[in-house]
Design a protein around this ligand. Structure first.
Ligand SMILES: *Cc1c(COP(=O)(O)O)cnc(C)c1O
Length: 455
């Protein structure tokens, strides 16, 4: 019997265009608001931070945007990525379900993040920008941006959340290997950082604070440096659609079609990149796929947040965006899935959730690591703590199929490996992982501080 495991595309199958779901949404996304004027922002407002090509992609209503050849050339270093049938996991679960995973951990830095880092560096370089600033939490985004800037010959100035800087020295080494400059955040290099340190000299930082520092560093560079964000923004989600577009072709090769698609959500980019081409197929061809976003109980933006206008950062420097949010003052519990500890969520993912086109669930970290270990012991790959959230729900779904006898096709996005996250596994094995649940009352309190937007 031919038990095929991997569905592999050739370099010639690499998608030629990104898919922009904005073209197919029933209503346009709510406008992004300038916090000073309280009016919708225009391209000129964003020009100090981003190159015009990316600003235009952010608001584009074109269904497909061509991937520039120099970007495809870098993508070809690791793309197309494999779609893998988790046959050993299926056997271990004794489920009639078919489980597939798209594996983005084969990228040089071990996650999906270079899918957007590479085009972001490319467009900045093309418009004469001299260098990039960015923030990084767990270090995956910083690694991707460091690599991308290196390929396009630009310096990369990275503000890394201080707790991660201390806990993950090898992520810092990786960024430095690509030539990036890494500063623990909060730092004395920016007013935002100094402000936080004055109030709390021992602050271990947060993604929101690091964003404030990186934005300020770009905004005060006199146009030399621009800023890049690794998730949340529309153009970032669009760049990630190479994942889903490849996946569609791979399911064709496998002669199947997913009934359920599952992904973790931090800012929502890997999930959106994985599912939106399938959302398009559902809208156009009446496919019946369910889409499930998985978040941690400790940072439950979709399941416990409110759909309101909020700032993207802690220092209230970014524009106001309508999203499911826990409030920009949210201080995350120190769970190991660093990439999922953001207070907000991508507007596109929020729109899909609000209009019931996708579902969301929140899970605790102990069951997540239990699933991750079961996956590692059957499939051989140790997942990053973030996609381990998706593994948990995929296994739960497969176990439900065992009860009902359904032969569902389950697909999840294994958006990164966990080889830099072994401390998390150590803590899990030592039974040192607490299960934090973020209280609803805290959300209510934090949201009282938000400005009212009437549009
Ligand atoms: C950054 C990251 C995430 C969270 O970001 P999304 O934008 O939600 O994808 C999840 N998993 C991995 C491996 C990451 O690097």
């Amino acid at each position: 019997m031919n038990e095929q495991k991997k569905y592999l595309l050739t370099e010639g199958d690499l998608p030629k265009a990104w898919y922009n779901i904005q073209a197919d949404l029933p209503q346009p996304l709510p406008p992004v608001i300038h916090p000073g004027t309280m009016q919708p922002i225009g391209p000129a407002d964003l020009a100090p931070l981003f190159p015009m090509a990316l600003i235009m992609q952010e608001v584009s209503q074109e269904r497909y945007i061509e991937i520039p050849e120099p970007v495809r050339d870098v993508y070809r270093l690791w793309r197309p990525t494999p779609l893998i049938r988790a046959r050993q996991l299926e056997k271990a679960l004794d489920t009639p379900a078919h489980i597939y995973y798209k594996y983005e951990g084969v990228s040089p830095v071990g996650s999906h993040k270079p899918n957007t880092a590479v085009p972001q560096a490319f467009y900045n370089k093309q418009e004469g920008v001299q260098g990039m600033t960015t923030e990084t939490g767990a270090g995956q985004w910083g690694s991707a941006m460091a690599m991308a800037c290196n390929f396009f010959g630009m310096p990369c100035d990275i503000y890394m959340v201080k707790i991660s800087y201390q806990q993950k020295p090898y992520r810092r080494s990786m960024m430095e290997s690509f030539g990036a400059k890494v500063t623990p955040s909060p730092s004395e290099r920016t007013n935002a950082g100094k402000g936080i340190l004055t109030k709390d000299p021992n602050s271990t930082g947060s993604l929101g604070i690091a964003i404030s520092e990186a934005v300020e560093a770009a905004a005060t560079s006199g146009g030399k440096f621009k800023y890049s964000l690794g998730s949340v923004l529309n153009h970032v989600l669009m760049h990630q659609t190479v994942i889903g577009e490849e996946c569609l072709k791979q399911f064709e090769m496998a002669g199947e079609y997913p009934d359920v698609m599952i992904g973790c959500i931090g800012g929502g980019s890997s999930f959106a990149g994985f599912i939106t081409p399938f959302v398009r197929e559902k809208l156009k061809k009446g496919k019946k796929t369910r889409f499930i976003a998985v978040e941690p109980m400790a940072a439950p933006s979709l399941t416990k947040g409110k759909y309101v206008y909020d700032f993207g950062d802690t220092a209230m420097m970014t524009p106001l965006v309508k999203m499911y949010t826990l409030g920009h003052s949210f201080i995350p519990a120190p769970i190991h899935a660093g990439g999922l500890r953001y207070h907000g969520m991508a507007p596109i993912v929020c729109y899909l959730y609000d209009s019931k086109m996708i579902e969301a669930v929140a899970v605790h970290q102990n069951p997540v690591f239990e699933a991750a270990v079961q996956f590692a012991r059957t499939e051989g790959i140790i997942p990053a703590p973030e996609p381990a959230h998706a593994v948990r729900i995929a296994i739960d779904e497969a176990l439900r199929c065992k009860q009902t006898g359904e032969k569902k096709v389950i697909a999840f996005n294994l958006c990164g490996h966990g080889y830099f996250d072994m401390q998390a596994y150590d803590d899990y094995f030592a039974k040192k992982l607490p299960d934090f649940e973020y209280p609803t009352e805290e959300v209510e309190m934090a949201l009282k501080e938000l400005p009212q937007v009437n549009v």
